[in-house]
Design a protein around this ligand. Structure first.
Ligand code: PMP
Length: 376
């Protein structure tokens, strides 16, 4: 990468792969546990990548007209943040220098409207508004195909607003493709280019990938990159919250009546971009285990991850303890990669975060301090 980047869009992706050695040790794992940490991306999540890819592709196809088009998107927030960021910037693309583009373009980029279910955090709404987007909240419990859902409201607005475009992460091929072309290759490159040492033995391959599924674009795209170009035997584990319909069945009917507060993963329908053939196993996760895992990731590894990252880690650890995963867990040098999709700064006002932060075990210094101050 060049030292000086042209825009924030050039700081999308290129995220680090970080060892979770302390967590691996605490769980008696012999394999390597590695995290792809996506909050380092410009907009703070894995979804920046698809937002950038969908906008650039739509510009090339002539679906977006700079200064005129209104981008509307139903999202759990992170795709919206990526889109608002991309649309705030004048997007660089191959026709950017053409006369037609120059005549049409304005400094404004595109207007953005985001439809966001009520359960999603205030932090995401505030960030969207700060980036210049309009935000409409929708009832969390509305079925995906009802006119009141975030998808339904987006479609109603699109029909009424001139030049409105829904890039549609649920069906847009550029969603999984962005991960097949960037997230997956970055993971492969990091693993392949890291030599095996006595301290850190390595198979030189990605042996297992674990990622949460919302649209399913992340897990599908990374799985394709790994299986097509690197290791066809890689085991891909999808993580789906209890109460969501995604895991395994491919059916649109709810698996149970559990309500979950984790944001960004799970759905009440199966998006087109989720390809079941690319996913070998599914793990179901609950809110409590996810948030407990976030606390462990912070305290043990110093990584400020969001709730779905906790789900991904919890799913990964339970899979490694299962019959299917045990042999992997007990083999030195095998590489298990877990995707951490966003950061905790999206969730600072959520009660679950305040609980794990403020009601955590007191630090070692708490007793020392009260001993000193109590004596004064
Ligand atoms: N975690 C978070 C926090 C997300 O916002 C998303 C996107 N919905 C995901 C995980 C899942 O990503 P994908 O839509 O690619 O399945």
């Amino acid at each position: 990468m060049p030292q000086i980047l042209d825009t924030a869009l050039d700081a999308v992706g290129h995220t680090p792969l970080i060892r979770l050695d302390k967590i691996a040790k605490a769980n008696d794992l012999k394999c390597n546990l590695l995290a792809k940490v996506e909050f380092f991306s410009a907009g703070g999540s894995v979804k920046d990548r698809i937002a950038k890819a969908m906008v650039i592709a739509a510009e090339k196809e002539g679906r977006l007209i700079p200064g005129k088009s209104v981008v509307i998107e139903p999202t759990s927030g992170n795709t919206g943040i990526g889109l608002a960021l991309a649309c705030a910037i004048k997007v660089a693309h191959p026709i950017a220098s053409s006369r037609e583009y120059a005549l049409n373009t304005t400094d404004k980029g595109y207007s953005v409207i985001i439809t966001l279910p009520n359960k999603m955090s205030l932090e995401k709404e505030a960030l969207l508004r700060a980036l210049g987007a309009e935000v409409i909240r929708t009832p969390t419990e509305a079925a995906w195909d009802s006119p009141e859902s975030h998808i339904g409201v987006a479609e109603r607005l699109q029909r009424a607003i001139p030049y409105a475009v829904i890039l549609d992460q649920y069906s847009n091929v550029n969603n999984p493709l962005a991960h097949e072309l960037t997230t997956g290759p970055e993971i492969i490159e990091a693993v392949v280019s890291t030599p095996s040492t006595s301290e850190h033995p390595s198979s030189g391959k990605v042996d297992v990938l674990v990622a949460g599924a919302g649209t399913g674009g992340t897990v599908t795209g990374i799985a394709r990159a790994i299986k097509k170009t690197h290791n066809k035997d890689c085991i891909v584990v999808g993580v789906d919250p209890k109460g969501s319909v995604l895991a395994g069945t491919g059916s649109n009917s709810p698996s149970d009546n559990v309500q979950y507060t984790v944001e960004g993963i799970g759905y009440d329908f199966v998006p087109d971009v989720l390809n079941f053939e690319d996913i070998d196993q599914w793990m179901k996760t609950g809110d409590d285990e996810s948030y407990a895992a976030v606390q462990q990731i912070m305290r043990k590894e110093g990584l400020l991850v969001g709730g779905s990252s906790g789900s991904a880690l919890s799913g990964a650890l339970r899979w490694l303890q299962s019959d299917a995963g045990q042999q992997i867990a007990n083999t030195e040098g095998l590489n298990v990669v877990v995707l951490f999709a966003d950061g905790i700064r999206n969730y600072m006002s959520k009660s679950w975060f305040l609980q794990i932060a403020l009601e955590a075990e007191p630090s070692a210094m708490a007793g020392v301090i009260s001993g000193i101050l109590g004596k004064e």
